[in-house]
Each structure stands twice: as structure tokens, then as C-alpha cells.
Design a protein around this ligand. Structure first.
Ligand code: SF4
Length: 693
């Protein structure tokens, strides 16, 4: 950490890493950050922080940051620095040229869960109103899109049900497919505190995570085989139904009874019993029965989940299965219970709320709805297209087919983040205009024609929405080093394309969001400054926000039970690829490491390793620390082995923080049936000794 003298003033802002949304006081000397101090009045963190938010902001000053717009005619050409105006004119001419040649729908864009609500809102507005189509998607496509689908289907709204404070009333914590100790550390500390006070812990995860190993916490760990979440959740439901543990009063009052009966008859079938599914899931039936009984009868039961649920071919089905379980046991609609997706990036919730999906306007309203479209058309002064646009994978497919030729990518490295890297390369190479708006020349920028420099969270005003629907202010502590705030960049591009947008401050963008989005109707910067933060829905009915949802009834009316038949992924092990690879994160790194790897501190540079069980390592002649070749049907990479019984025989695990590891070269093309969220968490692989990369 480099400290620069004593601070002269401080500004309260919000961490730009994970979905916990810790508030910090940026202590400043002039335009330099002296230190980031966790803010004691931050409602999501109460004065706590993790190592990333506190120390990993140095990337904002990193020498690799690009501060001037750049253009080039062909990707083989060298970059040429130009003025903002020239960059906008060049980009606009290319995008308009594509539309003239290939049609209105041949361009689109991707919003970022790293950016503010206001920035995201403007990008989708530019695409819907300026491009004239709905080809907008978000990087949340590859992480929590199944959460959106699953929770909207069952409860009626695409968001977690509780606030973080709710954990203090929890008696049973059920974590599935998440490792909060690494990925959401500040919330994990609150969880652990509650567990030390006596709450029970059930962890459903292929790996013995830090939560399971946590001292003073006794966890019931169900180490399932990757890809079998639905079978495990249905087996839990089987026990609850067949042992008479359903909260019938709750279900009769709050849910559709006939749908419940259909679901109950399905889960009660013998094929869904813990014993019948044991070979498939790898979970001891006794442990499964015990877990079901604890969750159903142990008092307030709260479920927390992460990408280990969503990034599967049955990601949406698992989210629905989780919701079924919470409804069947009455664990919804009061403090201490609920269904809580732990969002990875700082503004996953917000980017989804802001209309980043091709079928939904802000506030999750379908684009085909005439009344909703009328409202937006009146305020935006345009005619909107009622047809849903392309999702990210459809954009790539259309590019390869020659019908989608231009893209504006806001704050995401799609080449590193999306599955099947070679297909993404083919798609980007086929496009005639790729506009990358980012801090660094990322891997995607290798295929770009326009680079628009972005600004870091320290240089912007706006809001982020964390995993508990909490909208918090991000405050500018220094002038944008690139000379233009991100919201102004989007406006510049829109203007050059002939679509006028005019705001003098992000607060005006929020006012427009509030005017058009019922769940945000009561949100304003004045209110956020006064209250510190609010949780949506925030409107006339709930002027100070809504910490816990679905108290008197579900947003959709009656809670909906849905039958969740387990369907095995098409990704299968076999003699050539006998092991299953799953992935996760470490505390000190963040996603593909674009920011944490550019922070001066050796701790950030821990390499990605392959965890392998001693039995599997011995069979392959692999010793601890050896280089191994990891090969799937899609590709291969090389990394060092770590021998550990944290993973079961037959399962291997790695992180994906370093570009050299290229974990997405390995992953497959399979995706969630409902949302196309890639199946990152299950890949059949072979492991063999290697001499190194
Ligand atoms: Fe930032 Fe998340 Fe760490 Fe809080 S827990 S400091 S939001 S990375």
C-alpha cells in the first residue's frame, strides 16, 4: 500500500468489486487517494471491509490505463489516438454504415455490471432508442440471468428477498453453490458471527469450502457431484414432503394450492428419494435426510446461493427448486428466512434492473407490453421496437453468420469472460465495428476498431445496487483521468449517431429512471444522501424502501410451485475425459483480475492452481506443485497442481483469475435452457503431467 501524506478531506463512496456493496470513506489529499477507510455508517458493511475494497484501488492509476480515445480502420492496423469528437464520428459512421448495409438489427451492445445504474440505463436507452432495436444484453447473462428467470417465475420479481441484516434472525443457513468467505467476505463474516451464536449451517457444494472449514462452525456438508444441484434439491423436497414437514398453512394461504399438489406428487416419487439419487449426486442419503429435516424444522431457514447454482444447463431449474423449497417450508416473507442470490459483481442487480435484457425495459417489464412502451416512447420521444432483441450468444452466432456486424461493449472483456473463446474470436473477427469502452486495452480490444477510455469508480457519480437491492451512491473523488465521465461518453456516441440525450448530472438520469420505473419511483439523490441508501421497491407504498420482500403476498400474487425434473447435462465424463472440473475464486483476486492484477501488492498475484484429490493425483503420477495439462473436449491449458482432499475423487477445481490460465478455453458451449447462462461449472476433463506452459 502506498500512502501519500495526511488526508485533507474525505468522500463517502461504494466499493466497485462485489455485490456486498461496502461503503468507504475515500480519504483524499488533493486528487490523490491517501487511503480507503471502511465507512462505519455503511448499511451493507457497518465499518467492515475486505482486502480488495480496502487496498485494491491502485489500478485506477496503473500505467496500462488508456486515457485517450483511439481508432483504427482494420484490426491489423496500429491504433491512432484521436479527439473524443473524432472517435465518436468514426464510430457513429461505422455503426450507421452497418445498419444501412445489413439492416437496423445488425448492431447492438452489452452493458456492464461494473458500471453505475445511470451508465447502464443510458446504454440500453441508446440501443433501444438510438439503434432502433433491442439488441442489448448484460454481462449478467453469464452469471445471474437464471436468478432473474427463476425468481420472477416463482415469486414475481427478479431479486433476492432479504436484506443482509436478516441473517441475525436466521436459525438455519443453507448455502448452495457459493463460497462467501472468498467471494463475499464481509457478508461471510456476518454469517459466521450468526453461526457462532448457534445457527446451523448446511453447505451444498462439490468442494469443502472455507465456510465448511471455518473454525468454531460445525457444518453439515453435502459434497455433491458437479451438475446435480436439481437432483439434490428435489431429494431435499422429497424428504420434506414424504415426512410431513411441509408448512401447509403457509402454502394454502400464500401459494397456488393445485400447483403445490402437482409439485408435491412429483417430488414424492421414489425416483427422487435421497437413496435413489445417491449414486447420481454422490451425497450420502443420511446426510441429505438430516439436511432436509434441519432446514424444514430448525426455525428460520435462509438460503444463500451463487454461481455454483446459476452457471449450469439447469441453472434456472435450480433457482426454481430453491424457491419451491422455501415456499414449501414457509421460509419466505419475514426476517431471518428467504432466498438470497449472492451477486458477484458490484452492480449485477442494478444492471438487470436497468433494462439490460433484450426482452425487458427497466423494472423488468416486457418490451412487448404496449402500455409500458407508450410510457417510454412519450418520454424518450421515439417509437420503440416491440420485438425482443438478441442475447449475447445469439449476437455471436449472428456475427459468424454475417447478420450482426457492430457492437458497443461497455466495461466487459467478453473475450475472456464468455464461454468458448474460439467462437467469440470468430464472432469479433467477423464484425465490421467493435467499440470497446473500458479502462484497459483488454483482450476484446484486440478485435476492436474503436477504443473509448472509461473511468474508474473513483472518477464517477452515480449509484450501484447491491445483492440486497440496496441502492447506494458512488461519489466522484477525482476528475476523470480520461477527461470524460462514462455517462458522457455514451451520450457523445448517441449524439454522433443522431440521437440526442441531454443531462447535466447523473442525478437527472436517476430522476428519469424513477419517472419510468415503479420500483424506483421514490429514489432520488436527495433521498440517498439523506438516508444513506434505500432498498427497492422504493415508492409511494414504501417511501424508505423495502428490506424484506413478499411479506403479505408475493409480487406475482400467489407463489408458484414448478416441477423441477432433473435432466443431466450433455457434458459427460468418459474414458478420455474422466474428471469433472468446476471453478471458483480466491479472496484476494477478482474475476479475470483486470483490476486486482494491476494493483501493487504481491498478494494479488497468486497463481491459479488445479485442486486434485490425492487418489486422482497418484493415479496420474502427479505430485503437489507439479505442472499438469488440463484438457477438455473444447481446449486445453497448463497449470500447477495442488493435491488436496477438499475435492472428492473424480472432481477437480480451479480459479480463473489469470489470463494465462485461460479457463474459458476449457469450458463448453452448453448453457442454461432458459437464459443461455453458460455452464461454466461442469466440464469433463483429463489431467496429465506436463513440463509447464
Ligand atoms: Fe468490496 Fe465486496 Fe470486499 Fe466489500 S466485501 S470491500 S464490496 S469486495
Amino acid at each position: 500500500v502506498i500512502e501519500i501524506g495526511q488526508p485533507e478531506h474525505s468522500v463517502v463512496t461504494t466499493c466497485a468489486y462485489c455485490g456486498v456493496g461496502c461503503a468507504f470513506k475515500a480519504e483524499m489529499r488533493g486528487e490523490e487517494v491517501v487511503r480507503m477507510v471502511p465507512y462505519k455508517d455503511g448499511k451493507a458493511n457497518r465499518g467492515h471491509s475486505c482486502v480488495k475494497g480496502r487496498f485494491a484501488w491502485g489500478y485506477t492509476n496503473h500505467k496500462e490505463r488508456i486515457l485517450k480515445p483511439m481508432i483504427r480502420e482494420r484490426i491489423e492496423d496500429p491504433w491512432r489516438e484521436v479527439s473524443w469528437d473524432e472517435a465518436f464520428s468514426f464510430a457513429a459512421a461505422k455503426m450507421r454504415g452497418i445498419q444501412k448495409k445489413y439492416g437496423r438489427d445488425a448492431i447492438g451492445g452489452i452493458t456492464s455490471s461494473r458500471c453505475t445504474n445511470e451508465e447502464t440505463y443510458l446504454v440500453q436507452k441508446l440501443i433501444r432508442a438510438g439503434f432502433g432495436n433491442n439488441n442489448v444484453d448484460t454481462c449478467a447473462r453469464v452469471c445471474h440471468s437464471p436468478t432473474g428467470y427463476g425468481l420472477a417465475t416463482t415469486f414475481g420479481t427478479s431479486a433476492g428477498t432479504q436484506d443482509f441484516d436478516s441473517v441475525e434472525d436466521t436459525d438455519v443457513v443453507l448455502i448452495i453453490g457459493a463460497n462467501p468467505a472468498s467471494a463475499h467476505p464481509v457478508f461471510a463474516s456476518r454469517l459466521k458471527k450468526r453461526l457462532r451464536q448457534g445457527a446451523k449451517l448446511i453447505v451444498i457444494d462439490p468442494r469443502r469450502t472455507e465456510m465448511v472449514e471455518s473454525p468454531h462452525v460445525k457444518a453439515l456438508h453435502l459434497p455433491l457431484m458437479p451438475g446435480t444441484n436439481v437432483a439434490v434439491m428435489t431429494a431435499l423436497a422429497h424428504v420434506i414432503v414424504s415426512e410431513g414437514l411441509v408448512n401447509e398453512a403457509f402454502v394454502r394461504e400464500r401459494c397456488d394450492w393445485s400447483e403445490f399438489e402437482e409439485w408435491a406428487a412429483f417430488v414424492a416419487q421414489p425416483k427422487n428419494s435421497p437413496e435413489a439419487t445417491a449414486i447420481l449426486t454422490g451425497v450420502d442419503p443420511k446426510a441429505l435426510r438430516e439436511a432436509a429435516r434441519i432446514y424444514a424444522t430448525g426455525g428460520n431457514g435462509a438460503i444463500y446461493y451463487g454461481l455454483g447454482v446459476t452457471e449450469h444447463s439447469q441453472g434456472s431449474t435450480t433457482v426454481i427448486a430453491i424457491a419451491n423449497l422455501a415456499m414449501a417450508t414457509g421460509n419466505i416473507g419475514r426476517p431471518g428466512v428467504g432466498v438470497n442470490p449472492l451477486r458477484g459483481q458490484n452492480n449485477v442487480q442494478g444492471s438487470c434492473d436497468m433494462g439490460s435484457f433484450p426482452h425487458e425495459l427497466p423494472g423488468y417489464r416486457h418490451i412487448s407490453g404496449d402500455a409500458v412502451r407508450d410510457q417510454f416512447e412519450a418520454l424518450w420521444n421515439v417509437k420503440l421496437n416491440p420485438e425482443p432483441g438478441l442475447r449475447i450468444p445469439n449476437m455471436f452466432d449472428a456475427a459468424v453468420e454475417g447478420t450482426f456486424m457492430g457492437i458497443y461493449v461497455q466495461g466487459e472483456d467478453i473475450l475472456q469472460s464468455d464461454p468458448n473463446t474460439s467462437h467469440v474470436v470468430a464472432a469479433l473477427s467477423a464484425m465490421e465495428c467493435v467499440i470497446v469502452h473500458d479502462l484497459f486495452l483488454n483482450e476484446t480490444a484486440n478485435y476492436a476498431h474503436v477504443f473509448l477510455p472509461g473511468s474508474s469508480f473513483l472518477e464517477k457519480d452515480g449509484t450501484f445496487t447491491n445483492a440486497e437491492r440496496r441502492i447506494q451512491r458512488v461519489r466522484k473523488v477525482m476528475t476523470p483521468k480520461n477527461g470524460m465521465a462514462d455517462w458522457e461518453v455514451t451520450i457523445g456516441l448517441a449524439r454522433a449517431m443522431g440521437f440526442e440525450m441531454s443531462y447535466s448530472h447523473p442525478s437527472e438520469i436517476m430522476d428519469e429512471i424513477a419517472a419510468l420505473t415503479p420500483t424506483f419511483a421514490g429514489v432520488s439523490y436527495a433521498k440517498l444522501d439523506e438516508l444513506g441508501s434505500v432498498q427497492w421497491p422504493c415508492n409511494e407504498k414504501a417511501p424508505e424502501g423495502t428490506p424484506v420482500m413478499h411479506i403479505d403476498g408475493f409480487v406475482r400474487g400467489k407463489g408458484k410451485f414448478v416441477v423441477t425434473e432433473y435432466i443431466a447435462t450433455d457434458e459427460r465424463t468418459g474414458p478420455r475425459y474422466p474428471l469433472l472440473l468446476t471453478t471458483g475464486r480466491i479472496l484476494s483476486q477478482y474475476n479475470v483480475g483486470a483490476q486486482t492484477r494491476r494493483t501493487d501488492n504481491v498478494v494479488w498475484h497468486a497463481e491459479d492452481r488445479l485442486e486434485i484429490h490425492p487418489h486422482d493425483a497418484e493415479q496420474r503420477g502427479v505430485r503437489d506443485g507439479d505442472w499438469v495439462r488440463l484438457k477438455s473436449r473444447a481446449g486445453e491449458t497448463t497449470l500447477r497442481a495442488e493435491i488436496t482432499d477438499r475435492v472428492a475423487p473424480g472432481v477437480v477445481y480451479t480459479t480463473f483469475h489469470h489470463p494465462d490460465t485461460q479457463a474459458n478455453v476449457i469450458t463448453t458451449d452448453y448453457s442454461d435452457w432458459a437464459t443461455n447462462c453458460p455452464e461454466y461449472k461442469v466440464t469433463a476433463v483429463q489431467v496429465s503431467p506436463s513440463n509447464g506452459p
